[in-house]
Design a protein around this ligand. Structure first.
Ligand code: 0A1
Ligand code: ZN
Length: 872
């Protein structure tokens, strides 16, 4: 067999090899003389030996820098320079290092370091971009205050020039910024360009005024209100829930069109992908508004969890990301419906993280080695990292959690920390031993928890036996039992709750929990007054742990829980499992949907005691990818085309059978008056949209066409267009949409993505050809690339079309993108991560394409690492 080990494996970085930087950086002064192709960066950095650190050579990171001059204590020096940085002899006593380098922002297509986007200068330094700006110990454990001076190009003054911290002298064509808070270089930011601000103010709980700005390109001013409002709500929330106040006189958000990720938490100067800032009712959907709220909060919350307390090294990334995701999820749950938010988060976790954990890219929440750190900004680090914190909070309780966090901030403010520091705070605040819990950080893979029940009618006792095991993952063949908090409740045969939620802690490979019905002597007690008969347990309420629960349950019991469970998550989960079982049987045995599922669905749809947003979720079907995973777990080979067809068939059946109820809902859920993005209106629109999608399967698209023509907001317009495309209609509407929104980048991304995401297996090739050949397919823009190539690869029906043409097309585009933008190319290779699930033909075609990608001359370290791991 061919060796697919990544070619650059000599650069593997290992957690166990951590050593501190031998010097302390006192402070940093930077001057930027901006020029599109020849920006000069002058640095002045003070260094003093760190007596606590082992000594070592003086090495500063630096990549693609043209060194003009370097000086130590004012005396010119000639350092040794490699592709990675410089070394030079330095005095034993404190010294000043100065350098002048030249860089080319407009040639920086990787969007890492200082680059240009639509004429504007901006930076992205996480994780290792600062070394492309100047020579520096570019590692998160080196923290220092920064002074920055920005000088605009002489021929073209720039109205706005920003950096981190508080503003200093701003005169003529220059601006100075001073950031007093010691920070690592990955939090450095600079923005300069023709920008306008939507401004506001915030007064902290201690009375400090803060100027807030959302900077955008002229013309976009009227799309910033929601982001600004979300920022203010986030600031208030962090004060109330975590006691965290803001710490500078200015806080700015800048929207940038060319950005590899969602957003970045640079100190006092967050930089966002414009997709997560700009929103108006006419151009953004409810989901966009919700994302903006969550991401604005996420970046703001990093000010404490990430910036004031940062990571010692990149292996500790989950220290800031898991915690900040957990915090933004709490915030969104508070702003909106908590149960609906939880279901959404679990859907995302299963779609991205479980998928990752079950394939060749599985890695622990705290990885132990990497080749390219940018490849580890993953669902496991972020979303599973957040789940681990949620479990911890559940185990210690809300009050102890808050006490532990208070201690964390008090003890570690201004420090670069580790997961050990984090857990020690919980141990010290609660007296708990977390050594077994810590395995969640080092053991990859999604645990399976199998539950069996034994009901003793005579004794009135229910015994639940839990068996946990975690399948092997790359490099980890054997797994140990984890601490798994399982929230459970009990209903009697009439559907009354007889035991409210209790948390049991699994710690062993096998464990039995006894629930007595008023008999005493059991682990847990349920109410004795109940309708006789076997009670029904509701297990893993609120999705209390990121595990796969395996339980032999009848369709009747699922329908019972869907009807009666008092835990909204498990109520939804029961319906979802019912749908999944129906679909799996349709795909594997050619079964018919069956009345039971349809009646259960109808009952939920009609139940107006339930939140419309919840009902919309209950009406949604499992994704193609979920079903492929479920079929694979059941020991069969998933056929993506058959899955797609079964989903279509079930949707038609639902549309037909539930037509009267859906049609009523469609009318009833119309939201009158002008559009507002609040959760309640969005929930009604979501339910109405779900009804429309099903109805369109049986009404020939008449309602969708009418809705498209009348829609007064993007949510309804795009919902209608999607419904039409999925039934093979909507050609005229697509053209009209394009005519109306041609000049709007973000809206045109939706136009591309919707077509790519809804293409059927038969259409996929033509759609892909048409979209990639479209003159508006500006593939160098990451959002546009993702909206076409990412959406095609994320549409399993299209991606896996039987002839393998989309595998080839996606690979061709990755090969094209890689030399320009390795980060985004590498990220998209994850489209192939599930390849081992499929039939031999598809596996063969995928392998061929991955090998072709892997063999590309000069392939980036990013993509090479990913392909190597996927093929391994
Ligand atoms: N820290 C940011 C995400 C981010 C990570 C890496 C980036 O470039 C490689 C950019 C942004 C966050 O969590 O929001
Ligand atoms: Zn983050």
């Amino acid at each position: 067999m061919k060796d697919h080990a990544p070619r650059t494996s000599d650069r593997t970085v290992r957690l166990e090899e951590y050593t501190p930087f031998p010097w302390i950086v006192g402070d940093v002064s930077l001057t930027f003389r901006l020029h599109p192709t020849a920006t000069r960066v002058l640095s002045r950095i003070t260094f003093a030996n760190d007596p606590a650190a082992p000594s070592g050579p003086f090495f500063l990171h630096g990549e693609k820098l043209n060194l003009i001059e370097a000086r130590i204590d004012g005396v010119p020096v000639s350092p040794d320079i490699t592709a990675e940085g410089l070394t030079c002899d330095v005095p034993d006593t404190p010294f000043v290092f100065e350098a002048e380098v030249e860089i080319d922002p407009s040639g920086n297509t990787a969007l890492d370091g200082l680059y240009m986007s639509g004429g504007m200068y901006c930076t992205q330094c996480e994780a290792e971009g600062f070394r492309k700006i100047t020579f520096y110990p570019d590692r998160p454990d080196v923290m220092a205050p920064f002074n920055v001076r920005i000088e605009g190009p002489e021929d073209k003054p720039l109205p706005v020039m920003l950096s981190n911290g508080n503003p200093g002298a701003q005169e003529g064509n220059s601006a100075e910024w001073h950031d007093p808070w010691p920070k690592p270089s990955y939090l450095f930011a600079l923005v300069a360009g023709d920008l306008v601000a939507k401004s506001g103010t915030f007064t902290t709980a201690s009375g400090m005024p803060v100027a807030l700005n959302v900077y955008v390109r002229p013309g976009d001013e009227d799309r910033c209100d929601y982001a600004l409002d979300a920022l203010i709500r986030s600031m208030r929330w962090d004060e109330r829930e975590y006691g965290r106040e803001y710490d500078l006189s200015v806080f700015s958000i800048v929207a940038v069109d060319d950005f590899n990720m969602g957003a970045m938490e640079n100190k006092g100067l967050n930089i966002f992908n414009s997709k997560y800032v700009l929103a108006s009712p006419d151009t953004a959907t409810d989901v966009d508004f919700e994302m903006i709220e969550g991401i604005v909060a996420h970046e703001y919350f990093h000010n404490w969890t990430g910036n004031r307390v940062t990571c010692r090294d990149w292996f500790q990334l989950c220290l800031k990301e898991g915690l900040t995701v957990f915090r933004d999820q709490q915030f969104s749950g508070d702003m909106r419906s908590e149960p609906v938010k939880r279901i959404d988060d679990v859907l995302a976790l299963r779609a991205r993280q479980f998928r990752e954990d079950n394939g060749p890219l599985a890695h622990p929440v705290r990885p132990e080695s990497y080749i390219e750190i940018n490849n580890f900004y993953t669902a496991t680090v972020y979303e599973k990292g957040a789940e681990v914190i949620g479990m911890l909070r559940r185990l210690v309780g809300a009050e102890a959690y808050r006490a532990a966090l208070d201690l964390y901030f008090e003890r570690h403010d201004g420090q670069a920390c580790t997961i050990e520091d984090w857990l020690a705070v919980f141990e010290d605040a609660t007296g708990r031993d977390l050594s077994q819990f810590k395995l969640w950080y080092s053991q990859a893979g999604t645990p399976r928890v199998e539950v069996s029940e034994d009901w003793d009618e005579e004794a009135g006792r229910l015994a639940l036996t839990f068996r946990q095991h975690t399948p092997p993952t790359p490099g980890q063949p054997d797994k140990a039992p984890l601490v798994i908090p399982v929230a459970l409740g009990l209903l009697d045969a009439a559907g009354h709750e007889i035991m409210a939620t209790e948390v049991v802690e699994l710690t062993e490979a096998e464990q039995t929990v006894e629930i007595g019905l008023g008999t005493g002597g059991a682990d847990l007690e349920a109410k004795a007054s109940r309708v006789p008969g076997r009670p029904v347990p509701s297990i893993l309420r609120g999705f209390s742990a990121p595990v796969i629960l395996q339980r032999q349950t009848s369709a009747e019991e699922r329908a019972f829980l869907l009807a009666h469970d008092t835990d909204p998550f498990n109520k939804w989960e029961a319906g979802r499992a019912l749908a999944r079982d129906v679909l799996v049987r349709m795909v594997t045995d050619g079964a018919e949907p069956g009345q039971q599922y349809l009646s259960a669905l109808q009952m939920v749809a009609k139940d107006d005691t339930l939140d419309p947003a919840f009902r919309a979720l209950a009406l949604s079907l499992p994704s193609q990818d979920d079903l492929a995973q479920a079929i694979h777990d059941g020991g069969a080979t998933p056929d993506p085309t058959a899955i797609w067809a079964a989903l279509r068939r079930l949707a038609e059946e639902i549309g037909g059978t539930l037509e009267p109820v859906l049609s009523e809902l469609y009318d009833e859920m119309r939201v009158p008056g002008p559009y507002t993005p609040d959760a309640q209106s969005a929930g009604s629109r979501a339910l109405r949209g779900a009804a429309l999608a099903y109805l369109s399967r049986v009404d020939g698209g008449s309602r969708a066409a009418a809705q498209f023509a009348e829609a007064g907001n993007m949510t309804e317009r795009l919902g209608a267009l999607g419904a039409l495309l999925r039934i093979g209609k909507g050609e005229e509407e697509l053209a009209a949409f394009r005519r109306r929104w041609e000049g709007d980048r973000l809206v045109m991304d939706k136009w591309f993505a919707l077509q790519a995401a809804s293409a059927s297996p038969a259409e996929a090739h033509d759609v892909a050809q048409r979209l990639t050949g479209d003159p508006a397919f500006d593939w160098t823009n990451p959002n546009r690339f993702r909206s076409v190539i990412g959406a095609l690869a994320g549409n399993p029906a299209a991606f896996h079309e039987p002839e393998g043409r989309i595998y080839r097309l996606v690979t061709d585009w990755l090969i094209r993108l890689d030399p320009l933008n390795p980060q985004t190319a590498a990220r998209l290779t994850t489209s192939f991560e599930t390849w081992k699930r499929f039939d031999a033909d598809r596996q063969g075609m995928i392998r061929e394409n991955l090998e072709r990608l892997s063999a590309v001359e000069g392939l980036s370290r990013d993509t090479s690492e990913m392909v190597g791991r996927i093929l391994a």
